[in-house]
Design a binder for this molecule. Structure first.
Ligand code: C2E
Ligand code: MG
Ligand code: MG
Length: 872
């Protein structure tokens, strides 16, 4: 197609032809305007292809542009596919709208055979004119399509030699609208339209390809997402099932397991209504250990009936049922319904070892929740886990019960054994205690003491500074108490004494009872004698307190020997023996005192032993002899009586006084025999004296307290006197306070007897003992003998304190008081141990009438020849 030149040719023509200049100018102006319009149209067309418009919009605009150039109310555009030989109408605006070909459809060229369009494509040249003209031009080879157009202009869209399509405008109402100018314009436009359409088409194809690719991708993506979702669901399912499986082995409470199962199931399917039902042991009931339901409050159990649960149990198969299916089962009578109906129900039996133990079920009351086979299978898995967990739990429970029972039995047996062991232990402890303790006082016994002593001594070997001491304690005159008051009283006294001794001690010191009336004390820490002596003194003090036994009040005392440990003699028995020796010395030295052991004592003790045995021999060989000391009237010295005092003609030691052997004799018991020998001899001598000299006085004998404990003393004495030929009235019995104290009742009885027989009774050594005067008036005493310790100081008045008058003698006051007391009781008083005339004078001045002492005569084998006989 030749490009029209809008500037030069029309203007040049106007200048060369002056006659038709105006016309030509007009034509030139018209042409210029036409050229401008064309120019604008071409720009617009070029813009169109770049604009982001849809094909349709672009074609509409193209149509509008063509409309600016010519009459274009009817316009169509079609594209030719050379390869397929098809034509596609891509734009069609037609007023007549008759037989319009379809848009966007590739129409085989054959279908359009010999139509104008066909000719345009095949001919490749513009066709212009009315349809009838065109039919002529085409030699009648025209097949009319659509309405008749009196004016028709079609141009091929060419790409080089190739026809790519056609652009056609036509008019139905008048002809002659399209002349060569319109043809030139349309041909010119057509070349640009093709470019624009092709570009547009390429872009559209591209967009289509892109969107097709995108769609493909999207669908691939969708598939992928579905796969991902499926896998995620699978994973979730697996995780939930794994959790359930895991919890199935959990030893925690079964309720926790059920709750966990419910939770996990709820993560996978709708489990708003979930329950676990179990057959009771006897199969008669359904228990619901777990029950969650939006319409029901969970029941604990109910008798086996005809529900869904029972149906599943009976069949042993899972059941997945819709509301209608449930209804059908109900109609068939397979189940009976109660409560709100489920819209969807899944129940699976809990099977273990071929037996259905129960059912796990979910159900929905909502139409939009429907369980599937997948849900049923899932519940199937869950049911396995529940069943196996149940079995495991039941096994564990029965094991636990068996174990608990076993443990209980073991515990009971253990308790029994422990009790037996405890009993044995107690018995052993008791036995041990008994073997190491004294039954009476509860104090440690000798074995215990020796054990402790051994231990202390072995400690001494290791630690020479750790010195200790042993005390041996003997109750004074205990035998007297025992014999006179009976054993039970004696026991009570010992018990008291033990307690008192223990009260003085502090651990680890200890007191043990080592013999009848013997105790021993261990002082664990005794670096010197002082602390031990303090303890001994304290013990003497606590024993001074009277002891009340069986309503009677007794006074007890003890003699204590102390032995300090000596590294050179680390022998327990030696130590004890030494303490014993010292104790013996304490006895000899007057009782109620302590003595410390020293080496001499040992020898003394040996001597004691010798004395003891010698005493028995002496009794046998009658080595004792009474010496007589006169008791005189102080006024004139006349003899009222004689006191018989024992003397021992010791084969080697010579003549021994009572002080040297009497304590031993008393302890050993030989005093009895000695006394009777003396009484016998004295009575015989006195009878002889009476016979030979006509002595009218009395014989006084000393009676050891123990005599009163022996029944028949009075009778024996009477017999003795009668044998000797001495009337009882001539005998005076001297007793000491000790005897009265030890057993006042009994002594009193005996004394009354003796008195009844006519014998006189004198209380000897008055003032040295307990000086408890309460008993004096109750006893049938004749005489009080004031001890010489009161008499001797009488002649030595204390120095005058700066004054000329001597202070009154305190002893004299005591003697005066005694005399007054005696006077009031009608008692005779004898003062003992008068050695000086001054003493005699003071006594006389105080009103004392009788006395005894070296001043008047020492004890002699026989009554002094110069006796002055006075009346008793
Ligand atoms: P007693 O019954 O109080 O006897 C008096 C003691 O004083 C006697 O001591 C006597 O020798 C002593 N004596 C008398 N006058 C004086 C004096 O002026 N100065 C001093 N320093 N002493 C004087 P003896 O004989 O050694 O007897 C001591 C004690 O032995 C007696 O004290 C008596 O309790 C007891 N006794 C003596 N002979 C017997 C006896 O045959 N049987 C019993 N059971 N005891 C006896
Ligand atoms: Mg006497
Ligand atoms: Mg006396």
């Amino acid at each position: 197609m030749s490009q029209p030149s809008p500037q030069h040719p029309p203007a040049a023509a106007a200048l060369t032809e002056p006659s038709g200049m105006l016309e030509r100018l007009r034509g030139a102006v018209h042409q210029l305007a036409q050229a401008e319009r064309l120019q604008r149209a071409l720009f617009a067309i070029a813009d169109l292809s770049g604009a982001h418009l849809s094909m349709r919009a672009m074609l509409e605009q193209l149509h509008a542009i063509v409309g600016t150039l010519m009459y274009a109310r009817n316009l169509f555009l079609s594209l030719y596919d050379h390869d397929a030989d098809t034509l596609e109408f891509i734009y069609f605006v037609d007023e007549a709208a008759v037989d319009l070909p379809p848009l966007g459809v590739r129409i085989p060229m054959a279908d359009l055979h010999q139509s104008l369009t066909w000719h345009l494509v095949r001919g490749g040249a513009t066709l212009r004119g009315s349809m009838s003209e065109l039919a002529r031009q085409l030699d009648g080879r025209l097949k009319a399509l659509g309405a008749y157009a009196p004016d028709w202009l079609g141009v091929p869209l060419r790409d080089g030699a190739q026809v790519r399509g056609v652009l056609v405008v036509q008019s139905y109402d008048q002809g002659g609208r399209y002349g060569p100018e319109e043809q030139e314009l349309l041909e010119f436009v057509a070349s640009h339209v093709l470019t624009a359409v092709q570009r547009r088409q390429i872009r559209q194809d591209l967009e289509r390809a892109v969107s097709a690719g995108t769609a493909e991708l999207a669908s691939a993506n969708q598939a992928l997402q579905a796969e991902v979702a499926r896998r995620q669901r699978g994973e979730r399912l697996q995780a939930a099932l794994y959790r359930i499986a895991e919890r199935a082995n959990d030893p925690g409470p079964v309720q926790d397991f059920y709750r966990a199962v419910h939770h996990s199931v709820g993560e996978l399917i709708n489990a708003r209504n979930f329950y676990i039902a179990l057959l009771s042991e006897d199969g008669s009931e359904l228990d619901f250990p777990y029950y969650v339901d939006e319409n029901h409050v969970g029941t604990k159990s109910r008798p086996l009936g005809n529900g869904m649960t029972e149906y599943v149990l009976r069949n042993g198969q899972p059941l997945l049922a819709t509301g209608d299916e449930i209804e059908a089962l109900h109609q068939q009578g397979a189940i009976s319904k109660s409560g709100p109906s489920s819209r969807s129900w899944v129940g699976v039996p809990l099977v273990c070892e071929g037996r259905a133990l129960g059912v796990v079920a979910v159900q929905s009351y909502q139409a939009d929740v429907t369980y599937t086979e997948r849900d049923r299978d899932l519940l199937g898995f869950v049911s396995h886990q529940i069943a196996s967990s149940l079995v495991r739990r039941r096994t564990t429970e029965s094991l636990r019960l068996a174990n608990a029972e076993l443990e209980q039995r073991v515990a009971t047996r253990t308790a029994e054994l422990q009790e037996q062991i405890e009993v044995r232990r107690r018995v052993e402890a008791q036995l041990k205690h008994e073997t190491l303790h004294d039954a009476l006082t509860g104090l440690p016994n000798r074995s215990y003491l020796l054990e402790r002593l051994d231990w202390l001594q072995s400690r001494l070997h290791r630690q020479p500074d750790q010195r200790f001491a042993v005390m041996f304690i003997d109750v004074d005159r205990f035998k007297l108490i025992n014999d006179s008051m009976g054993h039970s009283a004696g026991d009570a006294v010992l018990h008291q004494i033990g307690r008192r001794l223990a009260s003085v001690l502090r651990a680890p010191d200890m007191v043990a009872r080592v013999g009848g009336d013997e105790f021993a004390v261990l002082v664990a820490d005794a670096p010197a004698a002082d602390p031990v002596v303090r303890i001994a003194r304290r013990m003497l003090e606590v024993l001074d307190e009277p002891i009340d036994v069986g309503g009677k009040r007794l006074f007890a005392s003890a003699s204590i020997g102390i032995s300090l440990c000596d590294r050179d003699k680390p022998n327990a028995t030696d130590l004890l023996r030494n303490a014993d020796t010292a104790m013996y010395r304490a006895k000899v030295n007057g009782r109620r005192r302590y003595e410390l052991y020293d080496a001499h004592l040992h020898t003394d003790a040996l001597q004691m032993l010798e004395i003891e045995s010698a005493l028995w021999l002496a009794v046998k060989e009658r080595q004792f002899e009474p010496y007589f000391q006169p008791i005189v009237s102080l006024a004139d010295g006349s003899v009222c009586g004689y006191e018989a005092l024992v003397r021992w003609h010791h084969p080697t030691e010579g003549l021994l006084s009572p002080g040297e052997f009497l304590p031993v004799a008393e302890e050993s018991g030989s005093i009895d025999a000695i006394d009777w020998q003396i009484y016998e001899a004295a009575a015989a001598r006195m009878a002889q004296l009476v016979q030979t000299t006509g002595f009218a006085g009395y014989l006084s004998v000393n009676v050891a307290p123990r005599h009163f404990r022996q029944p028949g003393f009075g009778d024996r004495m009477l017999r003795l006197l009668s044998d000797a030929g001495l009337p009882p009235q001539r005998l005076c019995l001297e007793i000491t306070e000790g005897a009265l104290i030890e057993d006042p009742e009994r002594t009193s009885v005996v004394l009354h007897e003796l008195r009844a027989h006519g014998m006189a009774l004198a209380l000897d050594d008055f003032g040295t003992g307990y000086s408890s005067l309460g008993y004096l008036h109750r006893l049938p005493l004749r005489t009080l003998k004031i001890d010489r310790s009161f008499v001797q100081p009488l002649d030595t008045p204390p120095a005058a304190a700066g004054g000329e008058t001597a202070a009154p003698n305190p002893t004299a006051a005591v003697v005066r008081a005694v005399l007054a007391l005696a006077g009031s009781l009608g008692l005779n008083v004898v003062a003992e141990g008068i050695e000086t005339p001054a003493q005699r004078q003071v006594l006389l001045d105080l009103g004392c009438t009788q006395g005894q002492g070296y001043l008047f005569g020492r004890p002699n084998p026989i009554g002094a020849p110069d006796v002055i006989v006075t009346e008793l």
